[in-house]
Ligand binder design. Structure first.
Ligand code: GLA
Ligand code: ZN
Length: 686
């Protein structure tokens, strides 16, 4: 048996908790004691406390009030509820903004923001960093040795950019370091000769701005890298302060899935556990719930892949949110199903935003476990309590791994570069394209990991890298070696167009050695109008796919240079030219899919490749509509999560091995029938 440590090291159970804001209720002692009673009834074992509590902790500069926090934390602990203690740097008290305007952000047109809202501090400001380090160290000193506190939650949902003079200087220093103080090198990599934008000195460079320079792609890319860098530095400043005093308490900060503003592959290296805030929008008549599960499955798997170990669901809503146009409630049973999905993808926690609805202000109508009504009698409370009782049956799952033979590349730098260039505007859709490839596996009971371009490919039988538009020569070398040594890679149109600074490869796409690896040359990329389709036909091939399919959006015009042709275009001037190819290279294979197709057609092709390459499926047969199956493992047992996103009963074929459903205590083999929104977690021998 091989497992990771539980997220709270000596607590081998699924953590069930949520954001808790006693600081808003200090004048309501009855509510505070009722909270503890209700938490126990709901099976809550953790509370994330003090996320935005700076003014309650330090109401005036240098005056710290911790007695209320002590009372809350200790009282929770006495009642079996641990604390994830937050640092309050996500929002600033008025006194701080008034005295230190430097802490407030400056917009990209140079306007200094007023005091208000949250998540809007300057990451560079030395005085803000000092104030944050001070309050963090006061908290850490105070709670050092307190067994109630199990984790630090640094700040909240880091995001955004500041364009003040301090940030501008830091950006210039970042560039000096990156380009070795050589402005000529920068001018080359940014191709600044275009429109005569050559710089003579690093000090002439400003951050991108709509009223200044924002069309130099290399510059925009470096600015985004800088924002990730300075945010990590800010996180380090907090983590270092906490670790110096409480070295044994792990730190996390809450991510936002595929949020575009920060390269989470990099941020993850600065924390001990990755957590994230997941808000799927189910029950949309224009979209199936199973499809929503694919979108969020991708984000859960991506979150787990950052550190390749169980992650934490830091926030979810037990009912509705208050920030979409519709704010639909989760229908009965959906909270249970959606939460079990998160555990299935590798989370060892289910937590909420928020425990109790605030009485006033911005989020008073956001879903919560406890409503303004205040009792345990609400539908939402009862569903949370039922989930709490069932999460307690999943102790065996805690710390288990996810085993996958396939990794999909999802890289922030590719996304940034694809979103920034001019051309193919509505047809780019990097995340959506990755999701369609992800669905090819997730919809067919195959576990998936994600990797960044610079990740370790070596343990995977197959790497899928949709729209790998940006790729450095170093990564190209790694891919070449991976395939030469026996790996299988699947790429698409828009592969290997530019290097890491967004300079186009010369000598034909896909750039550098990739042209040899794929055995093709991509000459041009055609974009189709919305209603246009291009015909394709499969030729005789080893994959067993046959017949016709249609292209839409994008058709790359490619020439074979050694690759075998799997399919060809059958209309337009490129009729008769290849649209899908495979090349045997060294001991491996490189598939090239030159055109975008429907999800169903893509699934047929990618599943055929996956089967051909011997990638494992968790259950052998086709899944009924709306059912998803993925698994976790401790290497002696696997835990097969079968989830039904349809509202109707589904019978799912499983193999003949016996599996104990941890949720109902019964044993199943051959098949299992789930009700609408039903879940089973089968424990079976590997
Ligand atoms: C985010 C924040 C929370 C809250 C929720 C509302 O995830 O971290 O503080 O605002 O959104 O959905
Ligand atoms: Zn700034």
């Amino acid at each position: 048996m091989k497992k990771f440590d539980p997220v709270f090291t000596d607590f081998p159970h699924i953590v069930h908790g949520g954001d808790y804001n006693p600081d808003q209720w200090l004048d309501y002692p009855d509510i505070l004691s009722e909270d503890v009673r209700l938490m126990k009834l709901a099976g809550i074992n953790s509370a994330t406390v003090a996320i935005f509590a700076w003014s309650a902790i330090e109401p005036q500069e240098g005056v710290f009030k911790l007695d209320w926090l002590d009372e809350v934390v200790n009282n929770l602990y006495k009642n079996g509820i641990y604390t994830i203690l937050a640092t309050p740097s996500g929002a600033r008290p008025a006194w701080l903004d008034e005295k230190y305007p430097e802490a407030r952000r400056t917009s990209n047109t140079g306007i200094k923001q007023l005091h208000g809202k949250r998540h809007n501090h300057c990451m560079s400001s030395p005085i803000y960093r000092e104030k944050v380090a001070k309050i963090d160290s006061v908290l850490a000193e105070h709670f050092k040795g307190n067994p109630a506190v199990k984790m630090w939650h640094i700040s909240n949902e880091f995001s955004g950019e500041c364009f003040c003079d301090l940030c501008k200087q830091n950006f210039r220093d970042f560039l000096r370091r990156k380009y070795n103080n050589d402005i000529k090198k920068l001018n080359h990599e940014w191709w600044t000769g275009f429109w005569s934008h050559t710089y003579n000195d690093f000090d002439q460079i400003d951050p991108p701005s709509p009223i200044g320079e924002d069309r130099v792609h290399g510059q925009n890319l470096d600015w985004k890298r800088f924002i990730t860098d300075i945010t990590c530095d800010f996180i380090d400043n907090e983590a270092r302060t906490l670790k110096a005093i409480t070295p044994d308490i792990p730190v996390t900060t809450n991510f936002m899935g595929t949020f575009e503003g920060l390269d989470y592959w990099k941020v993850a290296r600065h924390i001990d556990v990755v957590s994230w805030d997941s808000y799927p929008h189910f029950h949309n008549p224009d979209r199936s719930d199973a499809d929503v599960a694919v979108e969020y499955g991708l984000r859960h798997d991506l979150t787990r892949s950052h550190l390749h170990k169980p992650f934490m669901l830091m926030e979810s809503t037990p009912s509705c949110v208050n920030w979409t146009t519709v704010n639909k409630m989760k229908r009965p049973g959906m909270h249970y199903l959606a939460s079990m999905q998160v555990v299935a993808h590798g989370s060892d926690t289910i937590q909420y935003f928020q425990w109790r609805k605030s009485r006033g202000s911005s989020e008073k109508f956001h879903g919560a476990v406890v409503d303004h009504e205040g009792s345990k009698n609400t539908r939402v409370f009862k569903e949370v309590a039922k989930l709490g009782a069932d999460l307690a049956k999943l102790d065996d799952v805690v710390g288990t791994d996810t085993k996958s033979d396939v990794a999909i590349i999802y890289d922030w730098e590719i996304n940034w570069a694809i979103s920034d260039f001019e051309g193919y505007n509505e047809r780019r859709n990097y995340e959506k394209t990755v999701r369609e490839f992800y669905g090819c596996f997730f919809n067919h009971a195959t576990n998936i990991d994600f990797l960044p371009l610079n990740g370790d490919f070596s343990k995977y039988k197959m790497i899928v890298a949709p729209m790998m538009y940006l790729v450095s020569e170093e990564v190209i070398d790694k891919i070449e070696e991976y395939v030469r040594e026996g790996g299988t890679i699947v790429c698409t149109y828009m592969t290997g167009y530019v290097n890491e600074n967004d300079l186009c490869y010369l000598g034909g796409w896909p750039g550098g050695k990739l042209r040899k690896v794929f055995g093709i040359w991509a000459e041009e990329l055609d974009a189709l109008y919305k209603s246009e389709r291009v015909k394709n036909e499969y030729l005789a091939n080893d994959l067993g796919v046959c017949g016709e399919f249609e292209s839409f959006d994008l058709c790359e015009v490619i020439h074979p240079e050694g690759a075998q042709i799997i399919a060809e275009y059958r209309s337009q001037f490129y009729s008769g030219m290849p649209s899908v190819t495979v090349n045997n290279y060294g001991k491996g294979k490189a598939y090239y899919i030159a055109t975008r197709q429907s999800v169903a057609d893509l699934e047929e092709l990618v599943c055929a490749i996956s089967d051909k390459e011997g990638i494992d499926r968790i259950v052998p047969d086709r899944l009924p509509d709306g059912v998803k199956v993925i698994s976790r493992t401790d290497y002696d047992h696997e835990y097969v999560f079968i989830t039904n996103y349809s509202t109707e009963e589904r019978c799912v074929e499983i193999d003949d091995r016996e599996g104990l459903n941890l949720l109902d205590g019964k044993t199943y083999s051959g098949n299992i029938t789930l009700p609408g929104y039903g879940v089973a977690v089968l424990k079976r021998k590997v």
